[in-house]
Ligand binder design. Structure first.
Ligand code: GNR
Ligand code: NI
Length: 172
């Protein structure tokens, strides 16, 4: 396992990769599981609660997540995820992104979604997500389309976010 560098929007090269649409994966094999292991380790080290493969420069439709509270680890893996249904009701949530460090802003998304994806073992799963799970999976699935949470904000707020990240990354 290895910790990989997380791409950030303070520079043009990383931003160009983050805007790519990720490609579906053929199937879940040991090579893909090694990628997912690296993603999880990178996410825990950051620390974050979710990570899309494109954030470490691999534009494949793969997401890892851990919404567990406290010591207990609860890793989850989503390969080729699809949203089957979305609720009419929405949930506003103060979001952050490891590719936009130290900027937080409110995004409103459907409160509930139903999902279909392959898990770590390549099994097809269908399940319903709500609360933070729904927020996070929609945030991560946006990454697969090259969309960042700041793309849901006004241009003024988006520009402020980029300016802040440039400052934060210069200081780091
Ligand atoms: O670590 C993360 N926290 C978070 C908080 C609110 C809404 C979404 C997220 S996802 C983010 C990690 C990340 O950038 N995933 O792409
Ligand atoms: Ni993100």
């Amino acid at each position: 396992m290895a910790i990989r560098r997380i791409l950030t929007v303070d520079n043009a090269a990383d931003t160009a990769v983050l805007k790519q649409v990720s490609t579906p994966v053929e199937g879940v094999d040991d090579e893909l599981r090694a990628l997912m292991d690296d993603m999880l380790e990178t996410m825990y080290a950051a620390p974050g609660i979710g990570l899309a493969a494109v954030q470490i420069g691999v534009p494949k439709r793969v997401i890892v997540m851990d919404l567990g509270s406290g010591e207990e680890k609860a890793p989850r893996y989503f390969v080729n995820p699809e949203i089957l249904t979305t609720s009419e009701d929405t949930l506003p949530y103060e979001e952050g992104c490891l590719s936009i460090p130290e900027y937080y802003d409110e995004v409103e998304r459907p409160a509930k979604v139903t999902l279909r994806y392959l898990n770590y073992h390549g099994e097809q799963i269908e399940e319903e997500a709500e609360g933070l799970f729904a927020v996070c999976i929609q945030h991560e699935m946006d990454h697969l389309e090259g969309v960042l949470f700041i793309d849901h904000l006004s241009r003024l707020r988006r520009d402020r976010a980029i300016t802040k990240v440039k400052k934060v990354m210069r200081a780091a």
